[in-house]
Design a protein around this ligand. Sequence first.
Ligand SMILES: [Zn+2]
Length: 62
Amino acid sequence: MSDNLSGRRCLWPMWPHSSVPNHEYCGKHKQDGQSYCAEHYARSIRTSEEQKQVFVPRRLAA
Ligand SMILES: [Zn+2]
């Protein structure tokens, strides 16, 4: 069996929102069907509820 670790890691960004992304992610084992580990999954829910009206994913053009 192959264990694809790169596809099972938490993708929670570890850099502050205001700073330049350094592409360091949490990297913990994520939950099945989720992009984040248990801790960050809970945080993602909380964050989206608190910032519901301003949470608009931006596409980086360049
Ligand atoms: Zn995480």
